[in-house]
Design a protein around this ligand. Structure first.
Ligand code: ADE
Length: 233
Protein backbone atom coordinates (compact mmCIF):
# COMPACT_ATOMS: atom_id res chain seq x y z
CA UNK A 1 0.00 0.00 0.00
CA UNK A 2 1.20 3.50 -0.82
CA UNK A 3 -0.14 6.55 1.01
CA UNK A 4 0.68 10.09 -0.13
CA UNK A 5 -0.09 12.73 2.48
CA UNK A 6 -0.55 16.35 1.44
CA UNK A 7 0.25 18.75 4.26
CA UNK A 8 1.61 22.19 5.16
CA UNK A 9 3.30 20.66 8.24
CA UNK A 10 5.25 17.57 7.10
CA UNK A 11 7.33 17.70 10.32
CA UNK A 12 4.23 16.62 12.25
CA UNK A 13 4.11 13.39 10.27
CA UNK A 14 7.63 12.01 10.68
CA UNK A 15 7.52 10.50 14.16
CA UNK A 16 4.19 8.62 14.00
CA UNK A 17 5.44 6.39 11.17
CA UNK A 18 9.01 5.91 12.41
CA UNK A 19 8.39 3.46 15.25
CA UNK A 20 7.01 0.07 16.17
CA UNK A 21 4.43 -1.48 13.86
CA UNK A 22 4.34 1.38 11.34
CA UNK A 23 8.11 1.22 11.00
CA UNK A 24 8.00 -2.56 10.56
CA UNK A 25 5.29 -2.28 7.88
CA UNK A 26 7.56 0.02 5.88
CA UNK A 27 10.73 -2.02 6.46
CA UNK A 28 8.89 -5.12 5.22
CA UNK A 29 7.89 -3.18 2.10
CA UNK A 30 4.17 -3.55 2.86
CA UNK A 31 3.52 0.16 3.40
CA UNK A 32 5.00 3.33 1.88
CA UNK A 33 4.13 6.70 3.40
CA UNK A 34 5.18 9.80 1.43
CA UNK A 35 4.54 13.28 2.75
CA UNK A 36 4.36 16.25 0.38
CA UNK A 37 4.72 19.82 1.52
CA UNK A 38 1.97 21.72 -0.26
CA UNK A 39 4.11 24.87 -0.19
CA UNK A 40 6.57 23.20 -2.59
CA UNK A 41 3.83 23.01 -5.21
CA UNK A 42 2.16 26.39 -5.12
CA UNK A 43 2.45 28.74 -8.12
CA UNK A 44 1.97 31.74 -5.79
CA UNK A 45 4.72 33.99 -4.44
CA UNK A 46 6.13 33.44 -0.93
CA UNK A 47 4.87 29.85 -0.95
CA UNK A 48 1.31 31.06 -0.35
CA UNK A 49 -1.27 28.27 -0.03
CA UNK A 50 -4.19 30.01 1.70
CA UNK A 51 -6.26 33.16 1.27
CA UNK A 52 -9.22 35.06 2.72
CA UNK A 53 -12.62 33.51 2.19
CA UNK A 54 -15.08 34.98 -0.28
CA UNK A 55 -18.12 36.44 1.43
CA UNK A 56 -16.06 37.53 4.42
CA UNK A 57 -15.60 35.86 7.76
CA UNK A 58 -12.71 34.98 9.99
CA UNK A 59 -10.14 32.40 8.96
CA UNK A 60 -8.17 31.54 5.87
CA UNK A 61 -9.05 28.89 3.30
CA UNK A 62 -6.59 26.63 1.50
CA UNK A 63 -6.52 27.68 -2.15
CA UNK A 64 -7.58 25.21 -4.84
CA UNK A 65 -4.67 25.61 -7.24
CA UNK A 66 -1.75 24.27 -5.16
CA UNK A 67 -3.89 21.29 -4.14
CA UNK A 68 -5.01 20.60 -7.72
CA UNK A 69 -1.43 20.87 -9.03
CA UNK A 70 -0.11 18.39 -6.47
CA UNK A 71 -3.02 15.95 -6.77
CA UNK A 72 -2.71 15.93 -10.58
CA UNK A 73 1.05 15.46 -10.39
CA UNK A 74 0.53 12.38 -8.18
CA UNK A 75 -2.29 11.08 -10.37
CA UNK A 76 0.00 11.32 -13.42
CA UNK A 77 2.42 8.96 -11.65
CA UNK A 78 -0.05 6.27 -10.58
CA UNK A 79 -3.75 5.49 -10.19
CA UNK A 80 -5.29 6.26 -6.80
CA UNK A 81 -8.12 4.23 -5.25
CA UNK A 82 -9.07 7.02 -2.86
CA UNK A 83 -8.44 10.71 -2.32
CA UNK A 84 -9.31 11.29 1.31
CA UNK A 85 -9.85 14.64 2.99
CA UNK A 86 -9.46 14.78 6.79
CA UNK A 87 -12.22 17.02 8.12
CA UNK A 88 -14.38 17.23 11.26
CA UNK A 89 -17.50 17.37 9.09
CA UNK A 90 -16.88 13.98 7.44
CA UNK A 91 -18.29 10.58 8.50
CA UNK A 92 -16.64 9.40 11.73
CA UNK A 93 -13.84 6.85 11.25
CA UNK A 94 -14.33 3.36 12.67
CA UNK A 95 -12.91 -0.16 12.43
CA UNK A 96 -15.17 -1.04 9.51
CA UNK A 97 -13.76 1.82 7.45
CA UNK A 98 -10.23 0.87 8.53
CA UNK A 99 -10.79 -2.73 7.36
CA UNK A 100 -12.13 -1.55 4.02
CA UNK A 101 -9.29 0.93 3.43
CA UNK A 102 -6.63 -1.65 4.39
CA UNK A 103 -7.43 -3.45 1.12
CA UNK A 104 -6.65 -0.43 -1.10
CA UNK A 105 -3.45 -0.05 -3.09
CA UNK A 106 -2.80 3.72 -3.41
CA UNK A 107 -4.36 6.57 -1.47
CA UNK A 108 -3.90 10.32 -1.14
CA UNK A 109 -4.75 11.95 2.20
CA UNK A 110 -5.24 15.72 2.30
CA UNK A 111 -4.70 17.44 5.65
CA UNK A 112 -6.67 20.65 6.02
CA UNK A 113 -5.65 23.73 7.98
CA UNK A 114 -7.23 27.05 8.88
CA UNK A 115 -10.92 27.02 7.84
CA UNK A 116 -10.35 24.05 5.56
CA UNK A 117 -9.88 23.62 1.82
CA UNK A 118 -11.72 25.34 -1.03
CA UNK A 119 -14.91 23.34 -1.56
CA UNK A 120 -14.23 22.84 -5.28
CA UNK A 121 -11.41 20.45 -4.37
CA UNK A 122 -13.83 18.43 -2.26
CA UNK A 123 -16.31 18.40 -5.11
CA UNK A 124 -13.95 17.53 -7.96
CA UNK A 125 -11.13 15.43 -6.49
CA UNK A 126 -11.98 14.08 -3.04
CA UNK A 127 -13.56 10.58 -3.02
CA UNK A 128 -13.98 10.20 0.75
CA UNK A 129 -14.03 12.45 3.80
CA UNK A 130 -13.03 11.24 7.24
CA UNK A 131 -13.46 12.73 10.70
CA UNK A 132 -11.78 11.06 13.68
CA UNK A 133 -14.40 12.38 16.10
CA UNK A 134 -16.70 15.21 17.04
CA UNK A 135 -14.07 17.75 18.03
CA UNK A 136 -11.92 20.15 16.05
CA UNK A 137 -8.14 19.75 15.77
CA UNK A 138 -5.89 22.55 14.57
CA UNK A 139 -5.08 20.58 11.44
CA UNK A 140 -5.69 17.24 9.76
CA UNK A 141 -2.18 15.83 10.34
CA UNK A 142 -2.79 14.09 13.68
CA UNK A 143 -6.08 12.75 12.35
CA UNK A 144 -4.28 11.43 9.24
CA UNK A 145 -1.65 9.75 11.43
CA UNK A 146 -4.40 7.95 13.35
CA UNK A 147 -6.08 6.75 10.18
CA UNK A 148 -2.79 5.54 8.62
CA UNK A 149 -1.89 3.70 11.83
CA UNK A 150 -5.29 2.00 12.06
CA UNK A 151 -5.16 0.97 8.40
CA UNK A 152 -1.45 0.08 8.26
CA UNK A 153 -1.57 -2.51 11.03
CA UNK A 154 -4.37 -4.34 9.18
CA UNK A 155 -2.35 -4.86 5.98
CA UNK A 156 -1.80 -8.64 5.76
CA UNK A 157 1.69 -9.53 6.98
CA UNK A 158 2.21 -6.39 9.06
CA UNK A 159 1.35 -7.87 12.44
CA UNK A 160 3.61 -10.72 13.54
CA UNK A 161 0.78 -12.90 14.72
CA UNK A 162 -1.70 -12.47 11.87
CA UNK A 163 -4.61 -13.53 14.01
CA UNK A 164 -4.08 -10.87 16.64
CA UNK A 165 -5.91 -8.13 14.72
CA UNK A 166 -8.87 -10.48 14.48
CA UNK A 167 -9.34 -10.27 18.23
CA UNK A 168 -8.97 -6.50 18.54
CA UNK A 169 -11.83 -4.53 20.02
CA UNK A 170 -14.43 -3.74 17.34
CA UNK A 171 -13.26 -6.43 14.86
CA UNK A 172 -16.36 -8.50 15.63
CA UNK A 173 -18.40 -5.48 16.69
CA UNK A 174 -17.53 -6.10 20.37
CA UNK A 175 -14.97 -4.70 22.80
CA UNK A 176 -11.99 -6.93 23.58
CA UNK A 177 -12.04 -9.03 26.78
CA UNK A 178 -9.70 -8.23 29.72
CA UNK A 179 -6.13 -9.52 29.41
CA UNK A 180 -3.62 -10.57 32.09
CA UNK A 181 0.05 -11.52 32.29
CA UNK A 182 2.48 -12.72 35.00
CA UNK A 183 2.33 -12.90 37.95
CA UNK A 184 -0.88 -14.90 38.37
CA UNK A 185 -1.20 -13.40 41.86
CA UNK A 186 -0.23 -9.74 42.17
CA UNK A 187 -0.68 -8.31 45.67
CA UNK A 188 -3.44 -10.82 46.24
CA UNK A 189 -5.28 -9.77 43.03
CA UNK A 190 -5.71 -13.03 41.16
CA UNK A 191 -6.03 -13.79 37.47
CA UNK A 192 -9.36 -15.55 36.70
CA UNK A 193 -8.90 -19.32 37.24
CA UNK A 194 -10.23 -20.21 33.80
CA UNK A 195 -7.22 -18.54 32.12
CA UNK A 196 -4.91 -20.87 34.04
CA UNK A 197 -7.04 -23.97 33.36
CA UNK A 198 -5.25 -24.95 30.15
CA UNK A 199 -8.63 -25.65 28.52
CA UNK A 200 -8.71 -23.59 25.28
CA UNK A 201 -12.45 -24.13 24.73
CA UNK A 202 -13.31 -22.82 28.19
CA UNK A 203 -10.93 -19.89 27.71
CA UNK A 204 -12.59 -18.98 24.38
CA UNK A 205 -16.06 -19.15 25.95
CA UNK A 206 -14.98 -17.00 28.90
CA UNK A 207 -13.38 -14.40 26.61
CA UNK A 208 -16.47 -14.20 24.46
CA UNK A 209 -18.72 -13.76 27.51
CA UNK A 210 -16.41 -11.06 28.87
CA UNK A 211 -16.48 -9.27 25.50
CA UNK A 212 -20.26 -9.23 25.51
CA UNK A 213 -20.39 -8.10 29.16
CA UNK A 214 -17.88 -5.28 28.59
CA UNK A 215 -19.65 -4.10 25.49
CA UNK A 216 -23.05 -4.13 27.22
CA UNK A 217 -21.66 -2.17 30.18
CA UNK A 218 -19.42 0.33 28.37
CA UNK A 219 -20.70 0.66 24.81
CA UNK A 220 -24.30 -0.59 24.68
CA UNK A 221 -24.69 1.42 21.47
CA UNK A 222 -22.48 -1.17 19.71
CA UNK A 223 -24.97 -3.93 20.49
CA UNK A 224 -27.91 -2.11 18.93
CA UNK A 225 -28.88 -3.71 15.61
CA UNK A 226 -26.05 -6.25 16.00
CA UNK A 227 -26.26 -10.04 16.19
CA UNK A 228 -25.88 -9.68 19.96
CA UNK A 229 -28.84 -7.37 20.60
CA UNK A 230 -31.01 -8.80 23.36
CA UNK A 231 -28.38 -11.34 24.38
CA UNK A 232 -28.64 -12.13 28.11
CA UNK A 233 -25.48 -12.16 30.23
N1 ADE B 1 -9.29 18.24 11.15
C1 ADE B 1 -9.65 18.99 12.21
N2 ADE B 1 -10.41 18.30 13.08
C2 ADE B 1 -10.54 17.06 12.54
C3 ADE B 1 -11.22 15.88 12.94
N3 ADE B 1 -11.95 15.83 14.07
N4 ADE B 1 -11.14 14.79 12.16
C4 ADE B 1 -10.44 14.84 11.00
N5 ADE B 1 -9.79 15.91 10.56
C5 ADE B 1 -9.83 17.02 11.32
Amino acid sequence: MRIDIITVLPELLTSPFSHSIMKRAQTKGLLEVHTHNLRDHTPYKQAQVDDYQFGGGAGMVMMPEPLAILIEKLQAERKYDEIIYMTPDGPVFNQKTANMLSLKENMIIICGHYKGIDDRIREHYVTREISIGDYVLSGGELAAAIVVDAIGRLIPGVLNDETSALFDSFQDGLLAPPVYTRPADFRGWKVPDVLLSGDPKKVDEWRHEQSLKRTAERRPDLLKNSDWEGYRY
